[in-house]
Design a protein around this ligand. Structure first.
Ligand code: C2O
Length: 570
């Protein structure tokens, strides 16, 4: 009870915009099965005030004139309350409280000795196996590693290798407790940009080495959740066993067993939908390094908005987060919210496959250069604790060659999605007819996606030109789970089919906290394959776009919509 009290004290120091909330707070109850560390109070909750509450977001500076790589955080200024998830009232008056409400402080232990990390030599790379093919012996290794990490939570909560500390790293880099050095009031955010892949690669690298260290096996490699292959499109079996350390009750209970994962956020899982999604994000929509990796993010930039993500991050990556998290929890914990995602042991297997997608994308032939050579990308830096508890600084440039990091992936066939062909239609839609129920794009925006939006959008060229659909200036409530889908010339209401020729793409957001307003972002969708699939008529110089809300469409605003030539958008 002492822990409850002190956490309430912390909460009480926050300004409370809604007086009903504070009344409700006193009566709130824990979400059942809510925490892996049971509401243990973190000593750093007591440090309130030391970290300081930073000024209003109006202090956010504009872009620095000189381009700069993102700097690593200053751990001494980590704000213990920075990742705090605000409570909200539901329309029915009930209160929404984070499932892991007592411990959203995710500041790491403080050390003032930082060394530049040097990649150790290795003789044999570690091989990351596909989780659904793990042998019982291999499974036992990952179980034992997680068991020992969780034991460290109990034995020494300040050991940076403990499970909660490891999970907190993710929270710290995406939920607001760090300001960028030299830019007070501007959060560090490792999602929604080109540093997404490298940050998570380093994060898994150290997590994997810590696992190996704790079980005394330097060859240990993280299993990957092979969700891009039909055989791996379900929660790997060992993770559903109630007494296993790999079990997490903060998952969608309907998705244990054989339920098919959904790589398309907000849509029911189906193999065909998933294969189509993989082909789209790995090939059709990846028309430059930036479209796959994510857009730029430099020192001083406000946190990027979600449409700055690359195709993989916004697709399968987000889909698996959303599908796994528990929609009955107030903030979709665990996997469905960035503050809590690292508390589910499946996170590391999910992200191993995300990382594998980066390696596969690099190996696929394309007519553009796969590397990003901008020094602001290559020199972006992060801090991690290594397996010996040393605080180390790493740079993006040192992880772009994953083989130098000493691991490889066990082979798994990618042909199911590589060779996937979506359904195509013979007869083009009658666009004149469709426009009767549509508004002109110029009149319809800005608009939320609370309701279906149907608009007529002019094309710069006729028929099957190389063009891109742009949903401009998307602004979201970052704390909300959001998903909507986009269809083009859908004259037969095919919006619930697993894959329809008219399906153009989707937008989604995994909820997270952002103290600084995120940069409004443009979602771009390459239309080349879609024009083929819908067999667009040669003379058509406009299309009808339908935007269908899937989850919380009222929490997102689209500023405008247009079609531009591909060259103008990449
Ligand atoms: Cu940092 Cu999948 O999230």
């Amino acid at each position: 009870m002492a822990s409850l009290q002190s956490s309430f004290t912390v909460l009480a120091t926050k300004p409370t915009p809604n007086p009903r909330l504070s009344q409700l707070r006193a009566r709130r109850s824990m979400v059942s099965c809510s925490t892996s560390n049971g509401g243990r109070v973190d000593r750093r909750n007591m440090l309130l005030g030391l970290g300081g509450l930073y000024g209003a977001s109006s202090l956010v500076p504009g872009r620095t004139a000189r381009a700069d790589p993102l700097l690593p955080p200053d751990l001494s200024t980590c704000d213990p309350e920075g990742a705090y998830i605000p409570e909200r009232l539901n329309p029915d008056g009930t209160v929404n409280t984070p499932a892991i409400q007592l411990d959203v402080n995710c500041c790491p232990p403080y050390t003032d000795t930082i060394t530049d990390y040097e990649l150790p030599l290795f003789s044999q790379p570690r091989t990351r196996p596909a989780a659904h093919r793990m042998t019982p012996e291999y499974l036992e290794k990952y179980e034992e590693a997680i068991r020992r990490m969780k034991q460290l939570d109990e034995d020494d909560p300040n050991d940076p290798r403990g499970f909660t500390q490891q999970a907190n790293i993710h929270c710290a880099y995406c939920n607001g407790p760090y300001d960028q050095v030299g830019h007070p009031g501007v959060d560090i955010q490792v999602h929604n940009s080109w540093i997404f892949f490298p940050f998570h690669r380093w994060y898994l690298y150290f997590f994997e080495r810590i696992c190996g260290e704790l079980i005394g096996d330097p060859t240990f490699a993280l299993p990957y959740w092979n969700w891009d292959h039909p055989d791996g499109m379900h929660l790997p079996a060992p993770f559903s066993v109630g007494y296993s350390p790999l079990y997490d009750c903060n998952r969608d209970q309907r998705h244990f067993g054989n339920a098919i994962v959904s790589l398309l956020p907000g849509r029911p899982g189906a193999i065909e939908t998933n294969l189509n999604q993989m082909k789209e994000e790995m090939i059709n929509q990846s028309v430059s390094a930036i479209t796959f990796m994510g857009k730029n993010y430099r020192a001083g930039d406000p946190p990027p908005g979600p449409a700055r993500r690359g195709t993989s991050e916004r697709g399968s990556h987000g889909g698996v987060h959303v599908w796994t998290g528990n929609p009955k929890n107030p903030f979709n914990e665990n996997l469905g919210n960035f503050y809590s995602a690292g508390r589910d042991p499946i996170f590391y297997c999910h992200h191993a496959n995300v990382d594998r997608m980066w390696t596969i994308w690099e190996s696929l032939p394309a007519d553009y250069i796969k590397a990003i050579n901008d020094p602001d990308y290559l020199d972006a830096a992060f801090l991690f604790y290594d397996e010996k508890k040393n605080l180390v600084r790493v740079k993006v440039r040192d992880c772009v060659d994953y083989k130098a990091l000493g691991y490889v992936y066990e082979y798994s066939d990618i042909k199911p999605w590589l060779n996937y062909t979506p359904p195509r239609r013979e007869v083009p839609a009658n666009v004149q007819e469709l426009t009767k129920t549509a508004q002109a794009a110029t009149q319809a925006f800005p608009s939320t996606v609370a309701e279906t939006i149907t608009v007529v959008v002019p094309k710069p060229a006729k028929g099957r030109a190389d063009e891109v659909l742009v949903l401009e200036s998307i602004v979201t409530d970052s704390t909300e789970l959001i998903a909507f889908d986009i269809f083009v010339n859908d004259d037969k209401n095919s919006t619930d089919e697993a894959v329809s020729p008219e399906f153009a793409g989707s937008f989604s957001q995994v909820p997270h906290r952002s103290r600084t307003a995120e940069t409004p972002s443009d979602l771009t969708i390459v239309l080349k394959e879609l024009y083929k699939n819908i067999n667009i008529a040669d003379e058509d110089d406009f299309v009808v776009v339908t935007i269908i809300p899937r989850i919380n469409g009222e929490a997102v605003t689209i500023g405008g919509i247009k079609i531009v030539p591909l060259a103008a958008a990449t």
